[in-house]
Design a protein around this ligand. Sequence first.
Ligand code: ZN
Length: 251
Amino acid sequence: MKILVISDIHANLEALEACLAAAPAYDRVFNLGDVVGYGASPNEVVNKSRELGGLLVRGNHDKACSGITNAEDFNHIAMVASFWTKETLTPENLKWVKELPKGPIKPEGVENVQCVHGSPLDEDEYIIIVRDAYEPILESREALTFFGHTHIQGGFSAEDDEWATLRPIYETDNESENFVYQMSRTAKYLINPGSVGQPRDGDWRAAFCVFDSDLWNITYYRVPYNVEQAQRRIYEANLPDRLATRLQEGR
Ligand code: ZN
């Protein structure tokens, strides 16, 4: 089975559309949360995510934008975007965001896999460096955990006492590319598809991955998208400028 794994779309319609256009044929979707927040197309992205369906997990921005948590706990820019998103979402879409389930969630019909937004131990925790991965990997029963939240494509692996940080290697910084990573059947993994709508790993291209559960491999993708259009929408919505400028920096 081939599974499209997307995360942290953050209401960036142009990036999501580019990912869907670049993705190969797939059987299902895992969507790891932060569907909204930051970007200027929350309704369009929620509609698309509802249409895609599959397994969904809520992110911290989904919680703040739908009033589950207090957006005032965010930094100023994220808070402004949260309040704007809450006002902009249609009542039906707001309800959908609010009802997104908390991770970890195990997909039906796929063995040894779970999906989370931040960490299997805490949905809001960031797994940034390999040290952060120790506890979640050691405590987890599943061989493979898909996570997002950091907006950094790659992940971590553990086999016996060998710990490693995984980062896909690309040849260009502005073309559509992919990178295949073959997993071992005897190791444990935390795999991050990267952020569709607001990458922070220094690469502005939209990120996602495809998991082949039969071949037990991950294909990471980076795809260029119409960043100017996504920025224009942010300016037109009067959202903070930084939300637009950071898109082309990938930070
Ligand atoms: Zn996020």
